[in-house]
Design a binder for this molecule. Structure first.
Ligand SMILES: NC(=O)c1ccc[n+]([C@@H]2O[C@H](COP(=O)([O-])OP(=O)(O)OC[C@H]3O[C@@H](n4cnc5c(N)ncnc54)[C@H](O)[C@@H]3O)[C@@H](O)[C@H]2O)c1
Length: 258
């Protein structure tokens, strides 16, 4: 079950954290993976780990917010494998602040990556998937998408848009055999979280890590590989009946925290 043999899968944000874990999981489940990230050095490390495990990965340094850069990547992907079966949008950035402490520049920066980046990638693959009459898109949203998070005005805005773009694409392309879902993690222990703690709580990282862990009723953060396992299922043929859904992977955050 859940084999991705013969599949060609694009993963953005594949240089780190959740995107990296998904790319590795997909490669070890048989897919040829196309790794997309801003950070070339990080891409090479993910590629090396996939090759060491016997998988096949190509790398594409790219800013997902830039249309020409994304178009060039898709052209290269198609010349390498000729088809695109799966797109996972995991590239994303964080921002801390409420309405009053979010500047217009902050809002634009978060929008550019978290919203426009997802739009650019989906737009760039949709004609290929439509021509194949088959494809799967999986977007990494957040618990912020549906509940909003305190002191995360711009981030919650952007992840709300990821959820609604997912629903919109799922509706518009269901007749073309394209499934589109999103996953909404609570805190996952990745460099995203470590970077946040180092920047905002220098010297208090361990204390704050413990505090953030406890915001999930289950008492810990998720591991990237746990998000990768759900992603594998959702992108496999076994999930052929699933589209237009948002899957929380949140240690009970949404339903058990009241
Ligand atoms: N870690 C969490 O607690 C958590 C929780 C919920 C949702 N998420 C979401 O999961 C996704 C991945 O998060 P993570 O924790 O693995 O983060 P991460 O910082 O570890 O990895 C994100 C990757 O995206 C890349 N990236 C950033 N901007 C880019 C751009 N413009 N073009 C191409 N690549 C770019 C970075 O270089 C990095 O390699 C994000 O969308 C994030 O919002 C994370």
């Amino acid at each position: 079950m859940f084999s991705l043999a013969q599949k060609s899968a694009l993963v953005t944000g594949a240089g780190s954290g959740i995107g990296k874990a998904i790319a590795e999981q997909f490669a070890f489940s048989g897919a040829t993976v196309h790794l997309i990230d801003l950070n070339q050095e990080a891409l090479s490390q993910t590629q090396a780990s996939i090759s060491a495990g016997g998988g096949t990965a190509y790398i594409y340094p790219c800013n997902v917010a830039q249309q020409e850069s994304v178009a060039a990547v898709i052209e290269n992907v198609l010349s390498n494998t000729g088809r695109i079966d799966i797109l996972v949008n995991a590239a994303g950035i964080a921002h801390i602040g409420k309405l009053e402490t979010t500047t217009e520049e902050d809002l634009d920066r978060v929008y550019a990556v978290n919203v426009k980046g997802v739009y650019q990638m989906m737009k760039a693959v949709i004609s290929t998937m439509t021509a194949q009459n088959k494809g799967v898109i999986l977007n990494i949203a957040s618990i912020a998408s549906s509940v909003g998070l305190a002191d995360r005005f711009a981030y919650s805005m952007s992840k709300g848009a990821v959820l609604t773009m997912t629903l919109s694409v799922a509706k518009d392309y269901i007749a073309q055999g394209i499934r589109c879902n999103c996953i909404s993690p609570a805190r996952v222990h990745t460099p995203f979280v470590d970077g946040f703690l180092a920047k905002n709580y220098p010297g208090r990282e361990a204390e704050m890590f413990e505090k953030l862990s406890k915001t999930q009723p289950i008492g810990r953060m998720a591991e990237p590989k746990e998000v990768a396992a759900l992603s594998l299922y959702l992108c496999s043929d076994e999930a052929g009946f699933l589209t237009g859904c948002d899957y929380p992977i949140d240690g009970g955050f949404i339903k058990l925290n009241s």
